[in-house]
Design a protein around this ligand. Structure first.
Ligand SMILES: NC(=O)c1ccc[n+]([C@@H]2O[C@H](COP(=O)([O-])OP(=O)(O)OC[C@H]3O[C@@H](n4cnc5c(N)ncnc54)[C@H](OP(=O)(O)O)[C@@H]3O)[C@@H](O)[C@H]2O)c1
Length: 444
């Protein structure tokens, strides 16, 4: 049996601790240090009068061993190191240490026990389909970071439609890679432990990350992120605001800057942009980012969100449930140079008359029919085009976005927050397709 992650070592001392006894305690610690290597959480219990000096001495000792992080938490001493740890490594060690202590010194240990408190609460599914009813609450081992990974204690996770679409089976059989699968890719949290190859982060850092759709892991108390998909979170940005950014923010950013070529410093030629589903996770970021550029922005959304999108800078708003909205006609008669298309089910024939001469539609939800249109427009050298967009997560862009949030130039609009224990409510809310902004899950 291999246990990864946190190991909780409880040493209960019954006898009065003298200095030499303390030396023996440190010997136990040294043995643990030499033959284990991971995050160790040590608690030493004794008579209340003895515990403080023992802990202080142990802290000094641990510093001498250059353990990564030493801190006192109440009566507990916590220290951490950096390498993989297996149960098999540790199991034979502790009883032996305990036995040798008992025989070498007249010190009685009532128990030297190791409790594997390395389990965490997570939400997973074990097959395709089932929606929110397919989610299961489980206790699973805290994951262990590999060389280039960080272990994060999660503070917020945001959902994206791709999370439940993968459960539905749209990427079958590629994704998820295996069952059971813990979904959720966009997270914010605190670094607890780093793999030996990690250079830019250390325990205690606040970060946000994209975990990757293949791995997921966000609906849990802990998750591992790749260093290259993790960025620092400034203190001014809350965990929920940060967790909203990765997929939704980066998709909006990529469609505007890379696909449409909009410069977000306001330079560049003026462009007329239409954003459909502007009240969604992607759309609300897209409206705000588009207005950082030299743009005129028309959007579609439901009537209840018209004032919200206007407050974020939209120049013209179409209620998608009205005939004008369904026709996508700009009230000022503008033709669109670019469409960031976050809605679904709108045929090319509706876009075509509203596009400028070289107008392009960037489709965020490519379907078979939109791919056929894309191919047809390509092979006929049409000036007006429909192009699929697939987000490519880049940490430099994520860093740019979180800095915009810090500076107050970009907001994460939060539809709702749900605790991990009610993750199925968040899941249902996202599937429903009527969220205004981001649906957030918090592990508390
Ligand atoms: N290609 C990629 O890499 C990529 C990346 C991210 C997202 N996506 C896709 O992009 C789409 C949008 O993502 P999201 O996260 O923004 O979704 P979302 O947050 O679930 O979008 C929900 C919002 O869409 C609005 N909406 C629904 N149908 C609409 C319509 N016909 N016209 C105008 N507004 C409409 C809803 O408004 P009401 O409540 O008023 O109906 C709601 O506020 C999804 O299909 C997603 O899978 C693709």
């Amino acid at each position: 049996m291999e246990i990864e992650g946190f190991i909780h070592i409880v040493v209960e001392l019954q006898n009065k601790l003298e200095d030499e006894d303390f030396e023996l305690m440190t010997k136990v610690a040294r043995n643990m240090w030499l033959s284990t290597n991971s995050v160790i959480y040590g608690e030493m219990f004794s008579h209340p009068t003895q515990i403080k000096p023992v802990i202080m001495r142990a802290a000094i000792f641990a510093r001498e061993l250059r353990l990564q992080k030493v801190k006192l938490e109440g009566d507990a001493l916590c220290w951490s190191t950096n390498f993989p740890l297996t149960y098999i490594d540790l199991l034979p060690l502790l009883p032996l240490s305990a036995q040798s202590l008992c025989t070498e010194r007249p010190l009685t240990f009532s128990s030297v026990s190791m409790a594997a408190s390395n389990l965490m609460h997570a939400v997973q599914y074990d097959g395709y389909g089932g929606g929110s009813a397919g989610l299961k609450h489980v206790e699973v081992p805290v994951p262990t970071p590999k060389k280039d990974e960080l272990l994060l204690k999660l503070e917020a996770t945001s959902l994206n439609p791709i999370d439940w679409k993968v459960q539905k089976g749209i990427m079958r059989p590629l994704l998820p890679r295996k069952f059971p699968h813990i979904p959720g890719t966009d997270v914010a949290g605190e670094v607890v432990e780093v793999g030996p190859g990690v250079k830019s982060f250390k325990a205690g850092d606040k970060v946000l990350a994209n975990l990757g759709i293949a791995d997921g892991g966000g609906l849990a108390e802990f998750a591992v992120s790749k260093e290259k998909l993790t960025v620092a979170r400034p203190a001014e940005v809350s965990a929920a605001e940060a967790a909203g950014l990765p997929i939704a923010g980066l998709t909006a950013h990529q469609a505007l800057t890379q696909s449409a070529g909009i410069k977000l410093d306001g330079s560049g030629q003026q462009a007329n942009i239409l954003i459909t589903a502007a009240s969604g996770g992607v759309g609300l970021y897209a409206v705000q980012l588009a207005k950082l550029g030299n743009t005129h922005v028309t959007v579609t959304c439901g009537a209840r969100n018209i004032e919200l999108v206007k407050s974020l800078g939209a120049d013209e708003v179409l209620d998608y449930k009205t005939p004008e909205g369904a026709a996508l006609k700009s009230p000022s008669g503008r033709k669109y140079d670019f469409v960031i298309h976050g809605a679904t089910g709108i045929p090319w024939s509706t876009f075509e008359p509203n596009l400028s001469e070289k107008g392009k539609v960037f489709d965020l939800t490519p379907s078979l029919s939109s791919m056929a249109t894309f191919a047809l427009k390509k092979i006929t050298f049409s000036k007006k085009q429909l192009l699929p967009v697939f987000v490519n997560v880049k940490s430099e862009n994520l860093d740019y976005l979180v800095k915009l949030v810090k500076e107050g130039k970009l907001k994460t609009l939060i539809d709702s927050k749900h605790s991990l224990s009610k993750a199925e409510d968040a899941w249902a809310k996202s599937i429903d397709g009527h969220a205004t902004g981001k649906v957030i899950v918090e592990p508390f």
